[in-house]
Write a protein that binds this ligand. Structure first.
Ligand code: NAD
Length: 504
């Protein structure tokens, strides 16, 4: 990357990490990983398939069954997680730059991701040191304990929009719980996940515990989720893939956790602080060019302030600096691929067919510097009919649709009129209104006077088709654990139904 404003980062080794070793694909196949901003090839990584998947699952199974990691003390695992966090802090600039090259997102966003990734490892280390089981109330002479055991061998599959962050939400609680895993990143963005795999080994995670394999979803991913030796699948990605994975999990009756897409309403009531609401509405939808599962792509604005809000949005969005993620001052990068841009452009066209008015953007930038990348101008559409497809389906691009409503009831009805239920926000000065609205919004997260904040300490996940289970928080640790009831009879004595009872 000769025109990069940042020093070129050290690229990860190009092979999968299986049983502690970096290995090429058995047949030597590779896949070029591209920078979506320039189309340049960054690295040719191993293109694993069924054989590599089987080898990685075998390594994880052996490591788990041997008990070295799964049976280690919580303190020992917590120390390892803390070392992982320390190494991530040491290498934060390298990881952030790799993430920007691989995904196109601005460096400022990648650096924020790294802060969050480090925090997740520290949080689960701390939680592990303090997690306790239960002593259940049973009759005298016995002890009934609820203990937490590792779920086993976990297949983790992650998407391309937040490759490292999404991996950390699985890897940190999985390792903390004593699980062994096979992690498959998206074939579009494997760089930071491969670098993480190497870093875990450096931190002292034993060989076989943490395996990272690269390859296509349809081949490698499918082989992993259908492997008879796994105990759990944790998947983040699209709904169609998630449904297929849930079917695979059902076939072998293993645990499954799904984090899927969203169509997230951002509701502005007439009494809101409009300056802040408009400012944060931009973060809500244009972070990572809208390629965020919780993107606030659907702005619902009270009739009384609709026109004022739209004018302010247009004025501000027109000034968003689109560019190469690694360049100082870039506020929005490209989409992940030309194919994905085609899909987003299709939604812009569909919205207009459905009756919406294109108010800004909707085009590819004219600047010749960007001609090889998958750029799209930040876009605003107004007048979207609520019954159309665009109001209900995830666009996953830099496209903000604005709808007007009249009264809170209409706003909430429209917000809920989607199959998904990941996140929603409401802007009002009245906390009572906000709290009451939260109870009626069928979403896993509801923000009041904010958009996007999430924390390692709080659960993340969706209602309805946005997912099954939760990541982060205490629940995020429990996902990777099985509760075990251990019953200790402190006074064993005769008296069994068929045993040596005293006879009359
Ligand atoms: P995707 O479903 O196309 O791919 C996700 C992962 O699944 C990739 O690693 C892919 O290789 C793999 N995969 C594909 N087919 C597979 C198969 N048959 N078997 C096993 N694995 C397979 O999704 P994507 O396009 O990478 O990601 C975008 C989607 O992810 C969006 O819908 C977004 O909303 C969602 N997402 C959700 C969250 C959340 O927390 N809820 C977070 C990030 C992204």
């Amino acid at each position: 990357m000769s025109d990069s404003a940042l020093p070129t980062p050290r690229l990860p080794d190009a092979g999968s990490i299986i049983d502690g070793a970096v290995v090429p694909a058995l047949d030597g196949a590779t896949r070029d990983v591209h920078d979506p901003a320039t189309g340049t090839t960054l690295l040719a990584v191993a293109e694993g398939g069924r054989a590599e998947g089987a080898a990685a699952v075998a390594a994880a199974r052996r490591a788990f069954d041997a008990g070295g990691w799964s049976g280690s003390s919580p303190q020992a695992r917590a120390r390892t997680l803390e070392r992982v966090a320390d190494l991530l802090a040491r290498d934060a600039e390298r990881f952030a730059h790799l993430e920007t090259l691989d995904t196109g997102k601005p460096s400022s966003e990648s650096r924020d991701d790294l802060v969050q990734v480090e925090a997740v490892f520290r949080y689960y280390a701390a939680l592990l040191r303090t997690q306790t089981g239960d002593v259940n109330p049973v009759p005298a002479g016995a002890l009934s304990l609820t203990l937490h055991r590792p779920a086993g061998v976990v297949v983790m599959i992650t998407p391309w929009n937040y490759p490292l962050l999404q991996a950390s939400w699985k890897v940190a609680p999985g390792l903390a719980s004593g699980c062994c895993f096979v992690l498959k990143p998206s074939e579009l963005t494997p760089l930071t996940t491969l670098a993480l795999g190497a870093l875990l080994l450096e931190a002292g995670v034993p060989p076989g515990v943490a395996n990272v394999v690269t390859g296509a979803g349809g081949q490698l991913g499918s082989a992993l989720v259908n492997d008879e030796r796994i105990d759990m699948i944790s998947f983040t990605g699209g709904l169609a893939t998630g449904r297929g994975i849930a079917r695979s999990a059902a076939d072998r009756a293993v645990k499954v956790a799904l984090e899927l897409g969203g169509k997230n309403p951002n509701i502005v009531l007439a009494d809101a602080d409009l300056d802040v609401a408009v400012d944060r509405a931009l973060d809500a939808v244009f972070f990572h060019a809208g390629q965020v599962c919780s993107a606030g792509s659907r702005l619902l604005v009270d009739d009384a302030v609709h026109d004022e809000v739209v004018e302010a949005l247009i004025e501000r969005v027109a000034r968003i600096r689109v560019g190469f993620g690694w360049e100082e001052g870039t506020e929005m990068g490209p989409l992940i691929s030309h194919e994905h841009r085609d899909k987003v452009e299709g939604y812009v066209a569909l919205a207009q067919e459905e009756g919406a008015e294109l108010r800004l953007g909707g085009r590819r930038p004219q600047n010749a510097r960007f001609s090889q990348g998958s750029f799209l101008e930040p876009t605003i559409l107004t007048g979207l009919p609520p019954e159309g497809r665009v109001a209900r389906e995830e666009i996953f691009g830099p496209v903000l649709t604005v709808e007007r409503f009249s009264g809170l009831d209409e706003a909430l009805a429209r917000a809920n009129a989607t199959d998904t239920g990941l996140a929603a926000a409401i802007w009002t000065r009245d906390v009572g209104t906000a709290l009451a609205a939260a109870g009626r919004l069928r979403f896993g997260t509801v923000w009041w006077n904010d958009f996007h904040p999430y924390f390692p300490e709080a659960p993340w996940g969706g209602f309805k088709t946005s997912g099954v289970g939760r990541e982060l928080g205490r629940t995020g640790l429990r996902e990777y654990q099985e509760e075990q009831h251990v019953y200790l009879n402190l006074r064993p004595r005769l008296g069994g139904a068929f045993g040596m009872r005293e006879r009359p």
